[in-house]
Design a protein around this ligand. Structure first.
Ligand code: ADP
Ligand code: S3P
Ligand code: MG
Length: 176
């Protein structure tokens, strides 16, 4: 089957939930950020420092293109994947795209102690999350085939919700 691609803001749970979803469905798992780190041998903050956000985005597009050619893959993307129009097109064409839509307060709580997200290393990360969410939410919505609102529940519970949504989506799209 084609890829299952998770999109959503930093802290939405794409990496955590994606891994569990792959395990449950016996699919392979890849995380775009982890793949970039493995290829370059340096951390995401270091790439931002050396090449700026624009450099990171170029690497991200190349990695999305490579990874989405493989079938049977659950792909966790980085939160900013949707800002690049080509990524939106590639993801929609090559997989079923699932938006984990999580309230900004929850995103803030989950990311506040993590230094690995360069875009949140600012004086007011809560405000940054709100701004990014406002700008990106329409892009997540236009890219997604499935939107899971609320983000309630632990990762296993989220996987269950995704599986139910996938079953509904497939039943709807198969109907003549
Ligand atoms: N459904 C969830 N319930 C509670 N905590 C979660 C959930 N999903 C993720 N987390 C926690 O939130 C943090 C960010 O999750 P992560 O998977 O890295 O998000 P993303 O890849 O979308 O940025 C991690 O500490 C993770 O353990
Ligand atoms: O939202 C963003 O622009 C980013 C999200 C990060 O991934 P997560 O969403 O997994 O944190 C990572 O790709 C990079 O720090 C940029
Ligand atoms: Mg992640």
């Amino acid at each position: 089957m084609s890829c299952l691609i998770l999109i959503g803001m930093m802290g939405a749970g794409k990496t955590t939930v994606g891994k569990e979803l792959a395990r449950r469905r016996r699919m392979r798992f890849a995380d775009c950020d982890q793949a970039i780190v493995a290829r370059t041998g340096v951390s995401i903050p270091t790439i931002f420092e050396l090449e700026g956000e624009a450099g990171f985005r170029r690497r991200e597009t190349q990695m999305i293109d490579e990874l989405t050619r493989e079938p049977d893959l659950v792909l966790a993307t980085g939160g900013g994947v949707v800002v690049t129009p080509l990524n939106r097109e590639l993801m929609r064409e090559r997989g079923i795209v699932i938006y984990l839509d999580v309230p900004t307060q929850v995103l803030f709580e989950r990311t506040r102690h993590d230094r690995n997200r360069p875009l949140l290393q600012v004086e007011n990360p809560r405000q940054r999350i709100e701004e990014l969410h406002r700008a990106r939410d329409p892009l997540y919505r236009e890219t997604a085939h499935i939107i899971l609102a609320g983000g309630r529940g632990n990762p296993c519970n989220m996987v269950r919700q995704i599986e139910e949504a996938l079953a509904r989506y497939k039943a709807d799209t198969c109907r003549p």
